[in-house]
Design a protein around this ligand. Sequence first.
Ligand SMILES: Nc1ncnc2c1ncn2[C@@H]1O[C@H](COP(=O)(O)OP(=O)(O)OP(=O)(O)O)[C@@H](O)[C@H]1O
Length: 342
Amino acid sequence: MIEIRNISKTFYQKKQSFKALDQVSLNIEKGDIVGIIGFSGAGKSTLIRTVNLLERPDEGQIIINGKDFTQLSSKQLAEERKKIGMIFQHFNLLSSRTVFDNVALPLELDRLSKEQIHKKVYELLKIVGLEDKANDYPKSLSGGQKQRVAIARALANDPHLLLCDEATSALDPVTTQSILQLLRDINQRLGITILLITHEMEVIKTVCNHVAVIDHGKLLAKGTLSEIISNRENPVIRQFINSDIMILPQELTRRIQKEPQDGLFPLVELELNANISVEEILSTLHHQYNIPCKLLKAEVEYFGNSNFGKLLLQLQGKTEENQQAIYYFNQNKIQNTVKGYA
Ligand SMILES: Nc1ncnc2c1ncn2[C@@H]1O[C@H](COP(=O)(O)OP(=O)(O)OP(=O)(O)O)[C@@H](O)[C@H]1O
């Protein structure tokens, strides 16, 4: 439905050039929620802005519902853009207009009658849960409420696609979750495709079913959430997914030894992957190998049927038994690190 095909964009400033996008291609299916993640300066904003041609690419095509946007006249483009809503990190509301008038703006530009506008604006405010704020001005709203108004305005022309440019980056974690929940509702109830950019993995995990990773203007990887999360080879992806260092419980930190000693057992940190579940690992150690072990800490997340995260296990078998456990981890590509002995 949306095809970003070999897009490149170079910026020129004072005789210097900078390639912000380099041959980026990405397909987005109708009804998807696709997240593009990357570090600051990776090219995310430039990429999302090329989709509705706010930024015109130097090369490549943007094909939406069979139309190549780069080939449209400005009049045709203006028509097509009405069907693409956009929201921004800093909401971009007009401070001199009430909530009602902000949401009404695209409808006024479309020359709808007063009655039609009134009906539509209240429908939209109901969707975003702000009917009681119609007469308030943006300055009296919280960040989350401002973003809701911006979402209502973006939905005014019944778009088939919503572009979200770091829409939750200025919000606290609780408000972020409520805005993401609203985006998911809109996607499910209204069938609107959503393309969002973010530098936060939490945002991706909360709402996206497909992910693309961008770095230095190039698309590094794309796929389902679990495909991307299982991609342990790429160092950039690893940084996003695996940024959490597992902190040992305090009481253990005090008595942990670096070298093996009689009477001490190894503490092993395991990195889970999509191929094997926590339950299977523990059950194999207990029942198949008969190795006593203690689960000291677990940070596990589930995506579909796959689990990811880390475990801290103390292997309490004899030396050979514990080695057998390590062999089992290696055989199953479960990354394991002996953190010490206790
Ligand atoms: N209009 C412009 N003129 C010159 N350089 C630009 C312009 N827009 C973007 N750039 C440069 O292109 C690169 C990519 O910028 P972009 O805003 O797309 O990155 P980003 O991944 O969205 O970063 P952030 O998360 O910090 O917003 C940056 O190095 C930026 O300085």
